[in-house]
Design a protein around this ligand. Sequence first.
Ligand code: GDP
Length: 297
Amino acid sequence: MAFENLTERLSKAMKNLTGRGRVSEEDLRATMREIRLALLEADVNYDTVKKFVANVREKASGADIMSGLDSAQQVVKIVNDELTATMGDEAVPLNKSPKIPTIIMMAGLQGAGKTTTVAKLAYKLKNEEKARPLLIAADIYRPAAIDQLEILGRDLEIPVFSMGTDVNPRDIVRAGLAKAAENKNDYVFIDTAGRLQIDEELMQELKDIAEIAQPDEILLTVDAMTGQNAAETAKGFSASLDLTGVVLTKLDGDTRGGAALSIRDVTGKPIKFVGQGEKPTDLDVFYPDRMASRILG
Ligand code: GDP
């Protein structure tokens, strides 16, 4: 993952201030104009950019009051802090149930990386906590999705519960949860159906599954390469589902950064994990401060 363009433009915008003892209004205005353009070009949501620029401008106007750093360094720090804040400040951990199993429901548009993420996250918990997850294959509309989950499960030695494609997903979830109770699994993942776009039928099915499973987490996978549309997708899903977090996938292929920077602000939902490749180990906890440092280069 490299947001080269954004990194380069931000650093260029701030270099203009280097060596100045005090930031003049005019210098600051020029810098903020550049930062604004850089963010818009990175496909960050318009309102998010507006808010970002207003906050940085306000803090930077008083920058010469601080001593010890030159003006450029102070502005860099302000921008760094504001990038971090825009992405949610702190990493938000997985919600865990006080009694087993913790139920994690996954949602997302087709191709966003939902099935892959289920396997990655279950594998992470298995490795890090010696967890014993069960994966429920409830995406009956794309037959390959069930095969895909079963193959992943076999490779990673994680059991998968499936009933084929002829059973109602609601019944699959009920039966899968009963199986998990019987096996005393500590985590249950529900892989739900994706669609090419959000539609009524999909949302109703997801609502029903959430009602049945009462999940501790409803994680939405969105594709980082769709830029600020990822934030719009998340907004669409959260209108019907009580999302607890977002997994930003395909960050390894994202050259712009607009999704990472828009999601939290547009939806109020934290990005909890990022997918950075196709391998089962390519899933990481999302740390806003580290991402801000990566953006600033
Ligand atoms: P689903 O339809 O949402 O279940 O999507 P899949 O899990 O089938 O993923 C769609 C494609 O995206 C697959 O080829 C995955 O290997 C790929 N994919 C998923 N997550 C990532 C990621 O973080 N990085 C990359 N490069 N590819 C990913």
